[in-house]
Design a protein around this ligand. Structure first.
Ligand SMILES: Nc1ncnc2c1ncn2[C@@H]1O[C@H](COP(=O)(O)OP(=O)(O)OP(=O)(O)O)[C@@H](O)[C@H]1O
Ligand SMILES: [Mg+2]
Length: 501
């Protein structure tokens, strides 16, 4: 279906892809894996016509293929579902599906064939099992539904090859299962797919073969049947990962740092009470939509809260704006790094010092002590192990997804928070980097930071936390200490119907 031959790409002279060669047979699904910054998205951008290689060539269906634009790629039947979704929120589903070329009443008439647009959209939505009217604005859809619209868009193009770049990062488990079902059906219809993911279990389950990249080169491409995750990880990272979680060890907890009493806000959370102590890592489990992120936003002062009390180090902070809460040592890592966590056009250094710059300002004019700020930024880059190939002045949007996540984390750590709220801190991060982020979190706790961690990955909660609260429909339904951690018990509390509970 598609063959890569010695594809090479450099950014600012730094090689990002080196002599990458491999082939995808027709009807085949290939899993493309590798650490953050390994070059996966770049390779897909070349295939999708967003970037041109510096050297090397591609063959599509046996014919030379060199798209200059995404439009060229689409015409050749290559559809690209990006790591960060690309829909227009204020347009309808139908308008998004056909945005690249609306059917007209007649070729020579500048009139849109609305009926055909809607009928065809309805057909495509049925194929992806999305039961929404074509006129629905995309902004009314959940992340999972948007993902399905992206696939419908690909089907509208009559794509023969679909590229999926981390399509599951913001999906609920139910939405993931639905997506996998649709992928299986597309595969049985003979479509070829390239599937990028950091979830190696999914890759092994969904793909015929796995291609592993490291530092811009292809280190292996083998049939999935013969592989297991340990093997893939050692290819990806170049070492074995023995212990993913740092272990609780000698951590001791101190005074209460954050206290919530009876927090209620209609439609999001009801009667939430808990205490979080210095040096403690408190996990919050629950399904997407159970009110976890809403709780974090209330604690940080981003969303209103009708009833209840929040105390930070014993002081009530109700009604204080986020800026004042930050000054008092609160930090909040959002789950949506692109929309809320970063200034994408700004540099790595500016993003890292975004919260903590007052620390580096002196005098009545608040002039920035650039050298001190620079040194702090350099230190933080090392602490979060940001890729060394990027310069401080490089816009943060040019970093790989996982490295962007490290910048958001580093930004907060530079401010040395006393209480750190983390919402899905390892989203889009590779296994090696995960291990490092877990180590960072555990070290912070050991130094006395109180940490509240929301995660959809049960394993990371049970591996890292001292205590876990389980939320369902805005309420805390269960709480357990480390010695009682039990996957099934957590799932039961997260899933159960009110009636069964
Ligand atoms: N426009 C650009 N300018 C400069 N460097 C870039 C640009 N785009 C990508 N890079 C660099 O190329 C390297 C590969 O990035 P790429 O996005 O392909 O990684 P990835 O394998 O998709 O990682 P992730 O798993 O984090 O998404 C990174 O070091 C990144 O910083
Ligand atoms: Mg990527």
């Amino acid at each position: 279906m598609i063959g890569f031959r010695n594809i090479t790409k450099r950014f600012f002279g730094v090689p990002v892809l080196r002599d990458v060669s491999f082939a995808v047979p027709p009807g085949h699904t290939v899993g493309l894996v590798g650490e953050n910054g390994a070059g996966k998205s770049t390779l897909m951008n070349i295939l999708g016509g967003n970037l041109q290689p510096d050297a090397g060539s591609m063959l599509l269906d046996g014919r030379p293929y060199a798209p200059r634009t995404p439009r060229d790629a689409a015409r050749s039947g290559v559809a690209f579902i990006h790591q960060e979704l690309n829909l227009f929120p204020n347009l309808s589903i139908a308008e998004n599906v056909f945005v690249a070329g609306f059917p007209r009443r007649a070729r020579w008439l500048p009139l849109l064939d609305r009926r055909r647009i809607h009928d065809r959209t309805r057909e495509l939505l049925a194929q992806v099992e999305l039961s929404r009217p074509p006129e629905t604005p995309v902004e009314h859809l959940s992340a999972g539904e948007r993902q399905l619209v992206e696939i419908a868009k690909a089907l509208a193009l009559d794509a023969r090859l679909i590229l999926l770049d981390e399509p599951t990062t913001s999906l609920t488990d139910v939405e993931k299962a639905l997506l996998f079902g649709i992928m299986a059906r597309l595969r049985s219809r003979g479509l070829s797919m390239i599937y990028i993911s950091h979830s190696l279990g999914h890759v092994l389950r969904l793909c015929d073969s796995v291609a592993v990249m490291r530092d811009g080169t292809l280190v292996a491409h083998q049939s999935a049947a013969a592989l297991d995750t340990d093997r893939i990880v050692s290819w990806m990272v170049g070492r074995e990962i023995r212990q993913l979680y740092p272990g609780r060890g000698d951590r001791t907890t101190g005074a209460v740092a954050l206290e919530a009493r009876g927090l209620s806000q209609s439609g999001t959370v009801s009667d939430i009470s808990f205490e979080l102590r210095r040096g403690e890592i408190l996990g919050i489990a629950g399904l997407m939509g159970s009110g976890r992120s809403e709780l974090a936003r209330i604690l940080f002062g981003l969303d209103p809260c009708a009833a209840g009390e929040i105390r930070l180090d014993g002081e009530p902070i109700h009604g204080l704006p986020p800026r004042e809460r930050i000054r008092r040592g609160l930090a909040f890592l959002t789950e949506d790094r692109r929309a809320e966590g970063l200034c994408l056009e700004a540099s790595i250094a500016d993003n890292l010092s975004l919260v903590s710059w007052p620390r580096f300002a002196t005098g009545p004019l608040g002039l920035l002590r650039r050298r001190d700020a620079g040194a702090a930024v350099t230190g933080m880059r090392e602490a979060v192990r940001l890729t060394t190939s990027a310069r401080d002045t490089q816009p943060v949007k040019t970093l790989s997804g996982g490295n962007q996540q490290k910048v958001v984390l580093g930004k907060w750590l530079l401010n040395r928070p006393g209480v750190l709220l983390l919402d899905e801190p390892t989203r889009g991060i590779d296994v090696g980097a995960k291990q490092e982020v877990y180590r960072l979190i555990a070290d912070l706790a050991r130094q006395g930071t109180a940490i509240l961690m929301i995660s959809s990955e049960l394993e990371e909660l049970t591996g890292l936390c001292d205590r876990i609260l389980v939320m369902r429909r805005g309420r805390i339904r269960d709480a357990m200490a480390a010695q009682e951690f039990d996957r099934e018990r957590i799932l039961r509390a997260a899933l159960h119907d009110e009636t069964a509970a």
